[in-house]
Design a protein around this ligand. Structure first.
Ligand code: 3PG
Ligand code: MG
Length: 396
């Protein structure tokens, strides 16, 4: 199998235009950045390219605007932050992808940066449009994908763009992610436990079904677990739930039985009458009609901690609760702490992934020891699953 071409650190890039695809998809609230992890991770390489006097055109998406300009998803706050952090001229381009931006890219001086406004404001991005990709490609002499977390997307700035630039590479952050995940997969020791949280089960069915084959336990937390409770005919009140998930669950349980993998779901939880409310502890069998399930409960935390104690490898994606309200962050934080403790003291192999999981951990202020913390969610899971990601395939 051919290998990914990584950016050679000794390449002379002075005066050359580099289109750099990064992931600056940071959580925003009222146009304020809530977590800087993704930006902090991108800065060292960006500074390196500036120091080497290349001309850098930065592309990223933010959220899912669906091809429409939405001021709430503007990169302006990100631009302002980058301006503070970088010791060079950085320009913000909010126009169309046409000759105007091409001329701007050609007029950049050595060491200057041009940030393009949210690339998903153009529907052609998610459509992986050829013509659009060509125009993006014409902005650079070199293309670098340093967004592992977006590489599962068949989108213009990740996928088709590579047809229109002669020199293409994977960046250092992407390399670090792949090396770390590969090493975990190669060195993993049984028993393996996967903890899967977040809200949508339909997007994770194939990954869960695949992980079952090599894991001893799959622990389902977060809103995703609500579907399993409903499947067992428990009341879930006003909790987030996905329609038609029964067939998905039936399939998951059948595969789990075949491969003798245990599926663990919460047996108690924290509920509230609103997302901003206080926590009430309940058994999962006694949820009330106007309750919203927002975290796992103390008994479930204990069960999960015991499973972690009996595991040698943990893979975790997706928070256990609505951690944005600190009343519902206990599940996520307890799991994180236990994994960290065992990684430190019992050489547990631990790999955590996902934008939300990372921001939950940052919000908690906990200092954790983990084998690897990935900023990628979907891409991380699909890569673990052994899928050939479209954005990586084109870098080979
Ligand atoms: C992420 O946050 O998972 C990545 O930035 C990819 O975003 P997407 O799931 O909207 O493609
Ligand atoms: Mg995401």
């Amino acid at each position: 199998m051919s290998r990914i071409k990584y950016f050679p650190q000794n390449l002379n890039i002075k005066g050359r235009r580099i289109v750099l695809r990064v992931d600056l998809n940071v959580p925003l609230k009222n146009k304020k950045i809530q977590d800087f992890t993704r930006i902090s991770l991108v800065l060292p390489f960006l500074k390196n390219l500036i120091k080497k006097k290349s001309k850098i055109i930065v592309i990223t998406h933010l959220g899912r605007p669906g091809g429409i300009r939405d001021s709430c998803l503007s990169l302006l706050p990100v631009y302002k932050y980058l301006k503070e952090q970088l010791n060079t001229n950085i320009y913000f381009y909010t126009g169309k992808i046409n000759d105007e931006i091409k001329i701007k890219s050609l007029h950049l001086k050595e060491g200057e940066v041009l940030l393009i406004e949210n690339i998903r404001f153009f529907k052609e991005e998610t459509e992986n449009d050829e013509n659009f990709s060509k125009k993006l490609g014409e902005l650079g002499d070199i293309y670098i994908n340093d967004a592992f977390s977006c590489s599962h997307r068949r989108q213009a700035s990740i996928h088709s763009i590579t047809k229109f630039v002669k020199e293409i590479y994977a960046g250092p952050l992407l390399k670090k992610e792949i090396k770390a995940i590969d090493s975990v997969v190669k060195n993993k020791k049984d028993p393996v436990t996967c903890i899967i949280g977040g809200s949508k089960i339909s997007t994770k069915i194939s990954v869960i079904s695949n992980l079952i084959k090599s894991a001893s336990n799959i622990i389902i937390v977060g809103a995703m677990a609500n579907n399993f409770l409903a499947y067992n005919n428990y009341e879930v009140g006003k909790s987030l739930i996905e329609k038609n998930s029964n067939d998905i669950i039936k399939k998951i349980l059948a595969v789990a039985e075949k491969y003798k993998c245990k599926i663990i779901i919460p047996n108690d939880c924290l509920v509230s009458k609103s997302f901003e409310g206080k926590a009430i502890s309940r058994d999962t069998k006694s949820i009330e009609k106007d309750d919203i399930i927002l975290d796992i409960g103390p008994k479930t935390i204990k069960i999960i901690e015991d499973i972690i104690d009996n595991s040698n490898t943990i893979m975790w994606n997706g928070p256990a609760g609505y951690f944005e309200n600190k009343n519902f962050a206990l599940g996520t934080n307890s799991i994180a702490q236990k994994i960290s403790e065992n990684t430190d003291k019992k050489s547990l192999i631990s790999v955590l992934g996902g934008g939300d999981t990372v921001s939950a951990i940052n919000k908690s202020g906990l200092k954790l020891s983990l084998t690897h913390l990935s900023t990628a969610g979907g891409a991380f899971l699909e890569y673990l699953e052994g899928k050939d990601l479209p954005g990586l395939r084109v870098l080979k």
